[in-house]
Design a protein around this ligand. Sequence first.
Ligand SMILES: Nc1nc2c(ncn2[C@@H]2O[C@H](COP(=O)(O)OP(=O)(O)OP(=O)(O)O)[C@@H](O)[C@H]2O)c(=O)[nH]1
Ligand SMILES: [Mg+2]
Length: 246
Amino acid sequence: MKLSVIIPAHNEASLIERVISDIAGELSGEKIDAEIVVVDDNSDDGTHDIVSAIAALDERIRLVKRVPPRGFGRAIRDGLEKATGDAVVVAMGDASDDPADITRYFRKIEEGYDCVFGSRFMKGSAVMDYPAVKLLLNRAANLFLRCIFWTSHNDLTNAFKAYRREVIDAIKPIESLYFNVTIEMPLKALIRGYKIAVVPVKWHGRESGVTKLKIADMGRRYLYTALYLWLQRVLVMDDINERASL
Ligand SMILES: Nc1nc2c(ncn2[C@@H]2O[C@H](COP(=O)(O)OP(=O)(O)OP(=O)(O)O)[C@@H](O)[C@H]2O)c(=O)[nH]1
Ligand SMILES: [Mg+2]
């Protein structure tokens, strides 16, 4: 089974080399057949040249160069189109995720799970340097999602998750252009009833570079995505399942 690790990156020159080499090292050590697809979104800080140089030396590293307009969701969609693996992991380009957790995800997919959702808020997880305001908003958003989707998943807002290729095909078209894709993908998998493993993950706050998340803008987009998927689940899930089984 082949794994594709998709890394969206916008202006991550200070971190991207370390991120790629740590993940590539982990996957080689674990003898996992894998590719790393870095989606550079119009960076102007040299990210593209750094990744391009690494990709020239290692055929497992692939660089996707986007043209404007940029957006986290657009980058994920492009990465998914280019990925050739039987399963995909979306991982961040700012070194916030632990490469060892990618192996844990992959092993769960090998066991037969359709998706693996990491949680930063369960026994065995670790969260370092999470800015207080973001943490508060994160907990509020996840509580809201837990209530309206009646689920025990408590970290749906983290994009770092794994999906089998079949799940990705079933949840297309992915609509979100921005960070709201972070909840669109897991919520769609959840309401379609896929078999989901939950594992504790380690997460580290950004050590350098600049945040791209604009909280004020994102609030309304997250709300829109959550509400339209809630309506989808309540009103038309039967139709969607029927279409999928045709
Ligand atoms: N390709 C692409 N990647 C993006 C875009 N926006 C953000 N990213 C990447 O997505 C990942 C997450 O973005 P961050 O800025 O770290 O967002 P965050 O984790 O909410 O905020 P921090 O507290 O700064 O870590 C990073 O790897 C970014 O480089 C974009 O428009 N296009
Ligand atoms: Mg980050």
